[in-house]
Design a protein around this ligand. Structure first.
Ligand SMILES: Nc1ncnc2c1ncn2[C@@H]1O[C@H](COP(=O)(O)OP(=O)(O)OP(=O)(O)O)[C@@H](O)[C@H]1O
Length: 614
């Protein structure tokens, strides 16, 4: 990862760190030599260096200290540069996996957990791993040097030194793992807290939140969740602190044990007072270096655990893969698309969303799907566009299983308006051009698509026309009405010269005039392409060549509007019920309300009258 993000900084950073370690060790070495020479000279050893030589040692030590400091500063700078590069590189890798991941990932909580954990791992982890390894090497070497010094005093002090380091290491590693396991377990809790935070702070639900006075309720839920997270985390840290105190106490005892040994030896005349002083100095240094070593090992262990999470996310591969030898997609198709006995169940779902579906969409044909909420209409579109593969049966394009085509080439056959179409916080032009991003930014197709969708007139009236930002998130932006947004989404679908146009409830927010205009000359509007329309308003789909009525994932009946009306089945019943309320004098409710007033006025009339004070 480091290499991919920035080979130059990887090389420079590594060289500087090695130099930093080298000069750090050289500094210790020359310092020791200086002390040796000085104590020798003070003890009156003949033949040792004079004042000039001594100054040479001081100069060497000072030079090393200076070089060490410079290298440390430069290495820090290199790490920073590398860290910034790597952060961007990892973000781009995460985005790459995220945009390539199957839709199924997004519709599963497991995906959100993996993403959250990858984000928790942080995009600085790999840089930390490298610097931790190098720091560990540095401290390890220095500790070995100190151990050598201790050996010169008394070898038995060495096991004592280990007594200081090993238990502390054990405690750290154990609690690093515990904290990590806890962090993994509480991912969903953190996500829930994040969701509540978003609910309270985003504009998206601001209206309902205020009208239903949900603020206090949500704040309470959030505070409870955060409180639980805080208490659990603190309990682990608290336990670790107690154990670390116990281990630290044992280490202090070991220190005093060693001190007693040395004092006793000095009294016995087996060691000098100089040894005692050296021991005190070295022990203090050993302790701080030991602590650093323990911290670095536990950090490295933590890095290892979290890098696992990051790599798990980067390992995500879409299940909907291209075949090894994709066939060329026929453009334009000749026979069209066929669902052959298609059954589908969502991952982790208990029941089939679609069962034994057989239907055909021929080029130039308008096909409609109608049916109750949850009957499987949107699911059918997801399968048609190969966002999911069928659990059983197959979908063919010109007689060939769609799994034999390249996914991107196959998906280019469709322009789709989903029920939950996107609102991009960018200009009106971009919002429409996103329907075919391969077209140049100033393409006139944007205006033509807006005309077809009935969006051109209101876009022309915006402050900056097509260059107006459709959002209030930024200065100069402009918010549209929901119906206007739907027209923008329609324009986006008209943007691409696809072979099939798919509209899932395309007029749910349009006024009757706009809806009528869209369907009035629909075939010309879609340029005689194949079309699949979903609508709850049956008046919109009566012009379709074939209407399929779905019920609980199955096709109940199929045919043209006239055929289905003649059959007097489910479609006939639905149509009759919708038409009933449009016929004058058919509303039982208004009849009831009319009789409510003695003065002969109807409730509807009264409601329209201006309010008169008595
Ligand atoms: N991502 C999903 N995971 C699991 N089940 C799902 C998922 N999406 C939809 N379903 C289920 O599949 C069934 C069909 O849903 P679908 O969205 O296709 O219905 P629909 O006919 O489009 O409904 P509507 O008219 O309300 O838009 C429903 O029972 C729904 O609960």
């Amino acid at each position: 990862m480091l290499w991919h993000s920035s080979p130059r900084w990887t090389v420079i950073g590594t060289i500087l760190m090695v130099l930093e370690i080298g000069f750090g060790l050289a500094l210790l070495f020359w310092l020791k030599r200086l002390v040796d020479v000085m104590t020798g000279t003070l003890a009156g050893d003949a033949g040792l260096v004079g004042e000039g030589g001594m100054l040479g040692y001081v100069a060497l030590t000072g030079g090393c200290a200076l070089a060490f400091m410079v290298c440390r500063g430069m290495a820090g700078l290199a790490r920073e540069a590398q860290g910034l590069q790597l952060a961007d590189h990892l973000d781009s890798e995460i985005h790459d996996r995220a945009v390539k991941a199957d839709l199924a990932f997004y519709e599963s909580p497991r995906y959100a957990d993996t993403l959250q954990r990858a984000r928790e791992a942080g995009n600085q982890r790999p840089v930390q791993v490298i610097s931790n390894i190098l720091l560990l090497a540095k401290n390890g070497l220095m500790l070995a040097a100190v151990a050598g010094l201790i050996m010169t005093i008394d070898w038995r002090l060495l096991p004592l030194m280990l007594c200081v380091i090993l238990p502390a290491l054990w405690v750290r590693l154990r609690y690093t793992r515990r904290l990590y396991d806890w962090q993994v377990r509480r991912t969903q809790m953190e996500r829930r807290a994040g969701y509540l935070d978003w609910l309270m702070t985003s504009e998206y639900h601001a209206k309902e939140l205020r009208l239903n006075q949900l603020g206090a309720h949500l704040r309470k839920q959030y505070a409870e969740l955060r409180g639980r997270i805080r208490r659990e985390r603190f309990a682990i840290t608290q336990r670790r602190t107690w154990i670390e105190l116990a281990v630290g106490g044992a280490a202090t005892l070991a220190f005093f044990g060693a001190l007693t040994l040395l004092v006793w030896q000095a009294v016995e005349g087996h060691s000098s007072v100089g040894d005692l002083v050296l021991f005190l100095l070295i022990f203090q240094r050993t302790q701080s270096m030991g602590q650093e070593l323990v911290q670095q090992i536990s950090r490295l262990y933590e890095d290892h655990l979290y890098m696992g999470q990051l790599l798990a996310f980067l390992d995500i591969r879409p299940a909907l893969a291209d075949p090894e030898q994709p066939l060329p997609v026929p453009v334009p198709p000749v026979r069209g698309i066929r669902f052959e006995n298609v059954t589908f169940r969502y991952p982790d779902s208990e029941r089939e969303a679609l069962q034994a579906i057989d239907l055909t969409i021929r080029p130039g044909e308008v096909v409609a799907l109608v049916g109750a909420n949850g009957s499987g209409k949107t699911t059918l579109i997801k399968l048609l566009c190969r966002l999911y593969d069928p659990s059983a049966g197959r979908i063919t394009l010109d007689g060939v299983d769609i799994r034999d085509y390249g996914i991107v080439a196959y998906r280019r056959l469709f322009s789709v308006v989903f029920q939950d179409y996107a609102h991009y916080a960018t200009t009106a032009r971009e919002n429409i051009r996103f329907g075919d991003i391969d077209q140049p930014p100033d393409t006139p197709s944007v205006q033509s698509a807006a005309e077809l969708a009935g969006a051109a007139s209101f876009i022309d009236e915006l402050a900056h026309g097509y260059e107006t930002r459709l959002t209030r998130m930024f200065d100069d932006g402009m918010e549209l009405s929901i119906g206007q947004w739907q027209k923008i989404a329609l324009a986006r679908a008209f943007m691409r010269q696809s072979q099939f146009i798919v509209l899932d409830e395309p007029t749910s927010a349009l006024d009757p005039g706009a809806e009528f205009a869209l369907f009035e000359n629909f075939r010309e509007r879609v340029d005689h392409r194949g079309a699949l329309i979903i609508s709850h308003r049956l008046s919109s789909v009566r012009m379709a060549d074939c209407i399929h009525v779905l019920d609980q994932g199955r096709i109940l009946e199929s045919g043209s509007h006239d055929e289905l009306m003649e059959r007097k089945g489910a479609y006939f019943e639905l149509f009759r019920r919708q038409a009933y309320h449009y016929r004058e004098g058919n509303s039982e409710e208004s009849a009831e309300r009319r009789s409510m007033y003695d003065d002969g006025t109807t409730a509807d009339l009264r409601a329209c009258e201006p309010f008169n004070e008595p």
